[in-house]
Each structure stands twice: as C-alpha cells, then as structure tokens.
Design a protein around this ligand. Structure first.
Ligand SMILES: O=C(O)CCC(=O)C(=O)O
Ligand SMILES: [Fe+2]
Length: 332
C-alpha cells in the first residue's frame, strides 16, 4: 500500500495566476481552503527566482561546513529572546506552549533536536541585532542572507495580499501590520543521524510545534522529512511531499488568531524521510524557513467577517511582541 502523505490535503497551487492578476479571487480562495483544511499550502510560480533560492542553499552549505569554532564566532546568545546567530546541534529545543522552567528542563533532558541553525533578521532591528561572523570570515555571507531576506519579504507581501482578497478585505489589510518586516530567516542543517536514534524519544530533527508568527515560507532540499499533524487524527503525522521549485507556506499562530481559527496553525515536525535510509542513517537535510511576523507593535485581533454575535472571537487581542518573546524564551 502506498504510504499516506499530506498530498491530498496540502494543495499545490500555481501562484503565478495571482501575481499576474488572472483570476486572483479563485487563487486566493484556493489558498484559503488549503489553509483551512490543514494549515499548509504549496505554491509554484511564486515569483522568487529559483536561482536566488539555490544560491542561498549554497551559502548555507558553505556556512555549516565551516569548523565548529568558526561558526561559534557568531554565537546565538544564551537567551531565546535574542534569536540571532548560530546554534550548535542540541542547543535549541523546540517546545509547544511549555513555559514552566522545570518542565522545560525535563523536556530538554528527555530529548534533543539534532539540528544546527543560523538566524538573521533585518539589519536595523533594535530589539534583536544580527550576529554575524567577524569581517573577513566567509565574505559575502551576510550580504547573501540580507538579499534573500528582502526577496522573501516581497513574496510575503504577495501572499498577504492574497489572504486579504480571500477574506474579502481591502488588499493591503494584512500588509498594514507587516510594514517593517519583523521577520527572521533561518538556515537549518540536519546532520545525518542513525534512524534508530530518530525512532527513539531521545533525538528528533525538530520536535512537534506550531510556528509563532503570521505565515512561514519554507524552502527545502530534495530530501524531505517535514510532517504535518493529520487534522482528523491528533498525534498522527503525514509526510509533506517535496515539490521541486516550490515554496511550502504554513500559517502560524497569529494567522489562526486573525482568522478566528478559521485557519489552523498546524503542528508539524521533521523526521526521517520515508524510504531514504542509507545504511541505517537518515541523510543530512538542509531547509530555509522564513518566518513572517507582523510588526511587533501590532495588537493581533480577529479580522472583520470572521466573528459575530453567534460566533464570537475565540482569542483575546494580544500584543505581538509579548507573545513572540514568550514563545522564544522557551526555546533555549
Ligand atoms: O526544516 C523544516 O522543514 C521545518 C522547520 C520548522 O518547522 C521550523 O524551523 O519552524
Ligand atoms: Fe516550524
């Protein structure tokens, strides 16, 4: 029997039609439908040239293949609330709404995420200044990250326009809250690891979690391994297939709040890709998520049309800054 995957639920949509203004409402509604059913959608012809994506993956590989002591020259600070720089394998441990220090410590002892990452934001962010390698180490890396960051922001704005169209709101409805690009680009490297380790509780690639922001754009290599929780079977995960030259977009916690839970911020994780065992090892994998967050000064509240007297707001309005810092603090 063919392994079940999320193919039938995560729609693959030609976004070119929206970008060119052909049938924009239909494309926007299809994206919304996929978000409603599973919180994920896959977009092709998304307008961010594949060449730029490929170049960023090359830089990512160059960065992660540096010696550990060189990568540590751009160290992520001990606290998760300054989420920038390099984190060695096992340092960040994703959690899902666990904030108690003793509980977090127990989770960290129980298992670790076997991944290394590099995080960057906009250069002029006073809250979380970027942490780069010293000048002269891997020249061009910083510029490449920032160029990719701003290219992703263009794609983000197009998707936010589509979301507004889908909710029959003015096109710039969501963009008004995403003016300064309080975003984060993350280079991820999952080293190869014995599948036996991944099958145990002690190790995972990235544990089950939802993303915190508005939407996440995910670029991945051909290895695969991303899994999404089956909305009809909690604790059952469906592999997301890899579609070449596409971007996987998932809704984060703020999109769920904005839509009064019409859209799901679905739990996902990364495991060993099915059928990719090489001598008992899961192959290494690279991915590049781009987390799109509203401007941190925003108060996130359900948008018009998603609530009324018979269907009240499910969430209280929340300060974006407070929510993000609370979730980040639980990561380290
Ligand atoms: O690497 C991936 O495919 C997913 C990463 C992810 O979910 C995250 O960093 O939040
Ligand atoms: Fe995620």
């Amino acid at each position: 029997m063919e392994a079940q995957n999320a193919n039938s639920l995560v729609k693959t949509i030609d976004f070119g039609d929206f970008l060119e203004g052909n049938d924009s409402k239909r494309v926007a509604s299809e994206i919304l439908e996929s978000f409603k059913s599973i919180g994920f959608v896959c977009l092709t012809n998304h307008g961010l040239q594949q060449e730029k994506v490929d170049k960023m993956f090359e830089w990512s590989k160059r960065f992660f293949s540096l010696p550990m002591e060189t990568k540590q020259l751009a160290p992520h600070p001990p606290s998760g609330t300054h989420h920038r720089g390099y984190s060695a394998p096992g340092v960040e441990r994703i959690s899902q709404h666990v904030y108690d220090e003793a509980e977090l410590e127990a989770l960290r002892l129980k298992g670790q995420d076997v991944k290394e990452s590099f995080e960057a934001g906009r250069e002029d962010d006073p809250l979380m200044p970027n942490i780069w390698l010293p000048d002269g180490v891997l020249p061009g890396f910083k510029e490449a990250c920032l160029e990719f960051y701003w290219a992703c922001y263009e794609l983000e704005k197009s998707i936010l326009r589509a979301m507004a169209v889908a909710f029959s709101l003015p096109e710039d409805y969501f963009i008004q809250f995403h003016k300064v690009a309080d975003n984060q680009v993350r280079l991820l490297h999952y080293p190869s690891i014995p599948n036996a380790h991944l099958a145990s509780e002690a190790f995972s690639r990235i544990g089950a979690h939802s993303d915190f922001g508005t939407i996440t754009l995910l670029f991945q290599d051909e290895v695969g391994g991303l899994e999404v929780e089956d909305p009809h079977n909690p604790n059952t995960f469906l592999p997301i297939p890899v579609i070449p030259n596409s971007v996987v977009v998932n809704a984060g916690d703020f999109m769920a709040r904005w839509s009064n839970d019409v859209i799901k911020s679905t739990i996902h994780r990364v495991r060993s890709p099915p059928g990719s065992d090489i001598n008992g090892e899961a192959p290494e994998r690279y991915s590049i998520p781009y987390f799109c967050c509203c401007d941190l000064a925003t108060v996130v509240d359900a948008v018009p049309g998603t609530w009324d007297e018979t269907n009240p707001k499910k969430y209280k309005p929340i300060s974006a800054k407070e929510y993000i810092l609370k979730r980040l603090a639980a990561l380290y």
